[in-house]
Design a protein around this ligand. Structure first.
Ligand SMILES: N[C@@H](CCC(=O)N[C@@H](CS)C(=O)NCC(=O)O)C(=O)O
Length: 259
């Protein structure tokens, strides 16, 4: 199996943790630079990481990849068998992939990619952080009396940890008064699969702080960012819609290719 990804992506981390939990070997094809974009487009026409190649099968979108892995390599199971629990697992994964990711992205935009924005857009940052706080409260309530989101460890937990790990790293940790969610974070961070993927993400972050090689641009280029669906809605909600239009007009933002 070949994994095409960049460890800084929360979706890449979701897939890596899934592969590690299942004990599956894979060839690592990390993509770090703009010059590797053509290679990425060959495995995902949307030009997003992660993508997985298993023999002749190419799968992209983290959720589709994780479902493929679950179907093909069912042990250990990471989705519940009971239909209601399975639906809840998918529901939680969707909330992580769309709404929580969108909060994390606005925070990452201002704290990591474009720190010069903070002076003029502190309110947008505050709104994203407040929405993240509401998710923390909901998740804490979901975890009352449970070790994991569905009782047993599942893909819902795997989908959540990258976002909460990254937002904590950016200065927005879970409030310790949310004792259920805090205990869950500790439990998750003790899992070898999560430790390994987090170390890989941190190593990638450190490397990304050095200037790229001559003639290269980073794949996630702060001066030309790739925008899509829920992340665009999140920008508009926090008042950054006009900013995005200016970025597009200036050639500092782009969308996925259309078929
Ligand atoms: N729905 C996709 C989303 C993947 C995604 O948004 N990947 C981002 C990184 S977090 C990406 O590759 N963006 C391309 C870019 O920034 O050029 C999934 O679950 O895999």
């Amino acid at each position: 199996m070949k994994l095409f990804d960049n460890p800084l992506s929360p979706y890449a981390m979701k897939v890596r943790v899934t592969l590690y939990e299942k004990g599956l070997e894979f060839e690592n094809h990390e993509l770090h630079f703009h010059s590797q974009r053509d290679a990425l487009l060959r495995v995902n026409p949307r030009g997003e990481v992660p993508a997985l190649q298993d023999g002749d099968t190419v799968v992209y979108d983290s959720r589709v990849i994780c479902e493929y892995l679950e179907d093909k390599y069912p042990n250990p199971p990471l989705t519940p068998a009971d239909p209601a629990a399975k639906a809840r697992c998918r529901q939680l994964e969707t909330i992580c992939d769309t709404q929580i990711d969108a909060c994390a992205l606005v925070i990452g935009l201002i704290k990591i990619f474009r720190p010069e924005m903070e002076a003029d857009h502190a309110d947008a940052l505050g709104q994203a952080a407040a929405t993240l706080g509401k998710h923390h409260a909901n998740l804490d309530a979901d975890l009352r009396g449970r070790e994991y989101l569905l009782g047993e460890f599942s893909r819902a937990d795997i989908a959540l940890i990258p976002h909460l790990g990254f937002t904590a790293f950016m200065g927005y940790p879970v409030d310790p008064t949310y004792t259920n969610l805090t205990a869950w974070m500790t439990r998750m961070n003790e899992r070898p699969s999560v430790q390994r993927a987090l170390q890989e993400a941190m190593a990638c972050f450190e490397a990304s702080q050095a200037p790229p090689p001559a003639g290269e641009q980073p794949l996630f280029n702060p001066q030309n960012l790739h925008w899509r669906n829920d992340r665009i809605e999140a920008l508009i909600r926090v008042g950054l819609g006009p900013w995005l239009l200016e970025e597009l007009a200036a050639g500092r933002a782009f969308f996925s290719p259309v078929p």
